[in-house]
Design a protein around this ligand. Sequence first.
Ligand code: 13P
Length: 291
Amino acid sequence: MSIVNAKEIMIPASEQGYSVGAFNITNIIQMGAVVEAAVEKKAPLIIQTSVTPSQFLGRDVLVAVYRTLAEAAPIPICLHLDHCTDLDYAKKCADAGYTNIMIDASKQDFEENIRQTREVADYCHSIGDISVEGELGTVSGVEDQVKVTEDEAALANPEQAIEFVERSGVDIFAPAIGTAHGVYKTANPKIHFDRMEAINQLLNGEKVRVPVVVHGGTGIPEDMVRKLVKVGGAKFNVSTELKYTLIDTTYNYISGNREQYNPGKIDVAVKDATRAVVGKWIDLLGAAGKA
Ligand code: 13P
């Protein structure tokens, strides 16, 4: 049985200086590929779905496939709901069997963000061993239904981070530190490592232990990824790169094989390409061999 919540696999990562890869999937082929890659690498894993694929595929279907794959895998695996802004849907996914829920009220003012996050955290803690992720500041870019323009993006304030964590009851924390969802428009994004380090130190001392998440993994230069892990990123979210992999692989396969009508071959190509991308990330995050 390797069904776990996010916090329990992030605490060793935060203590030992590696990061758990958290990969957004939009279909079952990708879910299988992500699990196979993590098993090959002997790495702990977080599978993520945004709200739209969760509604489209069905949360009960996703949880059933997750449980089937995770129960057969010799590694710990969490199923995370990403950037949910709807309190009722977040609770429904917790009821269905997701093991980590992100309630994203980061576009609300500070007090309302705390209130909404607290409501979901209390609910998840009351029904089972489900950890909850909250966000402070706003990560720019587009992730499913959440869109933040560069003008709206605001960094997390370290002092407010402690208050947010204490009053909201979250288990893991996503601070906005200058990373962005989607593809970076510059080769040298302005990431605030010092802020990340300060927040991580405040939240992971003797009294509190709330591991920190990095959003916007796609396109961050490798040396910056390593640095973010070093300053405390214990969960690293990757979404856009897997979407590009899915679409480019499908397009290339179909373009090169116009006479074929065998969907299974497209699935194999997508699975192989996804497994390779996820394996690369697991190595980069230092998580290989940690399960
Ligand atoms: P990217 O799409 O930039 O990889 O970001 C993923 C993410 O942070 C999901 O929450």
